[in-house]
Design a protein around this ligand. Sequence first.
Ligand code: SAH
Ligand code: MG
Length: 223
Amino acid sequence: MSEITPDYIINFLSDIQPNSHSFIQDLEKYAHKKEIPIISFEVKSLLEFLLSMHQPNTILEIGTAIGYSSILMSQYLPKEGKIITIDRYPYMIEQAKYNIHKAKLNSVITLLEGNAQDILPTLKPYFDLIFLDAAKGQYQTFLPHCLRLLRPGGLLIADNVLYKGMIAKARYDIPRRQRTIHKRLRSFLWDISHHPELQTSILPIGDGVALSYKKDPIDSNLI
Ligand code: SAH
Ligand code: MG
């Protein structure tokens, strides 16, 4: 159930999705059964579209979970393409390693274990695409790193940015314990929407997804 889109639309869109590879489908079923927060089918189809169009060679993912989105994205990479994905949670890391190995993607997907806050400063530019799908309260802290690591002309995609629609509600309508995340995500969305280097579009699909294009100075018409 989506909190943002009416069910009849979700059901319709879900019904007309093409079937994925059985390995991908099995991961989906497993994640849903275990309540592991993998990307929604809408975001999956958006990623597939964007990857087909943008054709990245190098992808950085922040938030691996069981490796579902990494494995999905790897299917859209050219032969020499590489994915670096970060997670800090041993329970997830163990399963991601197993799935990546089972999919024979060890040479394509590198899993870095630890807090992204510590790992991001150690990474070197450039990535063609960054997929941000970790603790929402940290997106704002990760943003300067993402900007440094993303090549001009690259894409930053951030998932769960509307947090079940909660981010669009007034602060007073939010339970007190969620106000920090409300404030931080709003600030992240403001920053990516107004950053001079970024062209951003925020889509109310899935749990909300933000697409930011890092402008390339060579595209002289882009101010
Ligand atoms: N991208 C995955 C889902 C990721 S769920 C998919 O769609 O298949 C979010 C993951 O981010 C969790 O596994 C959590 O452990 C990890 N995470 C959250 N904050 C993190 C941080 N600061 N550093 C590293 N991993 C983090
Ligand atoms: Mg997500």
